[in-house]
Design a protein around this ligand. Structure first.
Ligand code: IPD
Ligand code: CA
Ligand code: CA
Length: 265
């Protein structure tokens, strides 16, 4: 029998192939969750495929998935093996024919993210990590960039669907723009974090949901990134699964970026 890791690699490929195939067939059916957040038939179909395959292979495991099972409570309180799934991260890009989107699958056991896979079927890039064994892109080892200067750093971020409370975000954006080389808003948090892991970006910050970052977090850590938070993490929260004010960067830039973001908050 395959390991859970090999199972995940295969599943991410199959789900990725499915969303790429569905996008070839315009018009894509789409809906707006809460009247705001776009969801396409491909999000639903990939979610269903992933959940079905996981339950067929591991009937006793639990699944936390954006489209079919988003409300399991705090991840740190869930007992037993858990899969955390975002069937398409970067749905807005997907729906607009932009190629920056990916399937994200993480496996949590014994309270730790054990492996994570992020697959972009449009670029055929598969980022993966196994806890303690490093991170890879299409099988080749990746590592964070060694940029040491904030004024040369390219920083990615993103914005929520709901347009309330924009003021602090705009303030932070202004501070980063003033102090760093430039900013990117690429539209897939999972890929943003993997891009930091691969040294394509120097830093990334945003507030997210757990399915956006669970797989990419391990990939970043295994590639040598510091993964943490620029805001305070409330006592009793497991930092792995705390979704607000996430910051990812290399070991040199993490502290100055954190200070910059805190000062602007
Ligand atoms: C979104 C993307 C985006 C980020 C949003 C996420 P979705 O996920 O990761 O980059 O800025 O906060 O919600 O909706 O495409 O799965
Ligand atoms: Ca997402
Ligand atoms: Ca999604």
């Amino acid at each position: 029998m395959n390991s859970t890791f090999e199972f995940t690699l295969d599943l991410a490929h199959r789900a990725g192939d499915m969303i790429a195939e569905l996008r070839r067939h315009e018009p894509l059916e789409r809906d707006y969750k809460g009247g705001i957040e776009i969801v396409t038939q491909a999000d639903i179909a990939a979610d269903a495929l992933i959940a079905r395959e996981i339950l067929a292979a591991y009937p006793s495991h639990r699944i936390l998935s954006e489209e079919s099972s988003p409300d399991l409570g705090r991840v740190q309180d869930i007992e037993g093996p858990l899969w955390i799934v975002d069937p398409i991260d970067g749905t807005v890009n997907f729906a607009h024919g932009l190629n920056q989107s990916a399937v994200s699958i993480a496996f949590v056991d014994n309270g730790q993210i054990q492996h994570g896979v992020v697959y972009n079927p449009f670029t055929e890039e598969l980022f993966a990590a196994k806890r303690g064994e490093g991170a890879t892109l299409n099988g080749a080892r990746i590592a964070v960039a060694d940029e040491k200067r904030l004024d040369r750093a390219i920083i990615a971020t993103g914005f929520p669907y709901v347009k309330t409370g924009l003021e602090p975000m705009v303030k932070r954006l202004g501070a980063v723009l003033a102090q760093c080389a430039d900013i990117r808003r690429l539209g897939s948090a999972a890929l943003d974090i993997c891009f930091v892991a691969a040294g394509r970006l120097d830093g990334y910050y945003e507030s997210l949901s757990v399915w956006d970052y669970a797989a990419a977090q391990l990939i970043a850590k295994e590639a040598g990134a510091i993964y943490g938070h620029f805001g305070d993490v409330p006592e009793g929260e497991d930092t792995q699964f705390y979704s607000s004010d996430i910051l990812v960067a290399n070991a040199t830039l993490y502290a100055p970026l954190r200070a910059l973001l805190r000062a602007a908050s």
